[in-house]
Design a protein around this ligand. Structure first.
Ligand code: SF4
Length: 235
């Protein structure tokens, strides 16, 4: 079985605990206005790869994983290729490698539910905390994301919640309190992390001949992010 891959990053330290190999899957249902990887959106633009080829790379970096590290599947949206992802996750668990999936939470098919059984950590990017804002930023409803979140909670799946903070869009106390209210009843949430918006992906939009919707948007200051992060209660 083959899947479509965008790229592989080795020894990433941001997408899950410890040092990790991060595999970026191709294909995404959302169209986030700040997307850093618009070149992942269409499946046809990816590289067709099989599990055996992926493991040749993964095994090279295994000595660096230590007790906490492992493999994170990101994207694009990994669950868009749920069957291929399931095979990969099963193989990783067979080899006793820790697994994380970084997702926008749009899908919850039976195959996605099966994938979750082989996933140690879900990194759920809740793009915006209200349906209207979510639709405006991503072109997709928040309701699927909340269904995904609730399912993960019911299964006691370990979750990290992330949100990118964009000045003038979701950088007020009210925005953060709304985000907290969405996840506060979920006992398996281990972390809520606010990430600063940045425009480093702008050149990719240009290269694809697309107008960059966030043109000229300023990045939030580290102080602003710290202040907003301090609103979030300790978990
Ligand atoms: S979910 Fe991720 S890959 Fe998809 S459009 Fe949004 S930022 Fe880009």
């Amino acid at each position: 079985m083959k899947g479509y891959i965008h790229s592989i990053e080795t020894l990433g330290a941001l997408d899950g605990p410890g040092l990790r190999v991060v595999i970026f899957f191709q294909g995404c249902p959302m169209r986030c206005k700040y997307c850093q990887n618009p070149d992942t959106w269409h499946m046809k633009d990816g590289t067709s790869t099989d599990i055996k080829t992926l493991f040749k790379k993964i095994e090279n970096y295994r000595p660096y994983f230590g007790a906490k590290g492992g493999v994170t599947i990101s994207g694009g949206e990994p669950f868009m290729q749920a069957e291929f992802l399931l095979n990969l996750l099963k193989e990783l668990k067979k080899r006793k490698i820790k697994t994380a999936v970084d997702t926008c939470g749009h899908y919850l098919s039976p195959s996605v539910k099966e994938c979750l059984e082989y996933t140690d950590l879900i990194i759920l990017d809740i793009k915006q905390a209200t349906d209207a804002k979510h639709k405006k930023l991503t072109e997709k409803s928040l309701s699927n994301v909340l269904k995904f979140l609730n399912y993960c909670c019911s299964q006691k799946k370990k979750l990290w919640i992330r949100q990118v903070i964009i000045p003038g869009i979701n950088d007020t106390r009210k925005d953060i309190e709304k985000l907290v209210s969405l996840v506060k009843n979920c006992k398996s949430v281990r972390k809520i992390e606010l990430l600063p918006f940045h425009s480093m992906g702008e050149w990719k939009w240009k290269k694809l001949g697309r107008r960059y919707p966030m043109k000229g948007k300023k990045e939030p200051t580290p102080e602003r992010i710290r202040k907003l992060q301090s609103i979030i209660p300790r978990i």
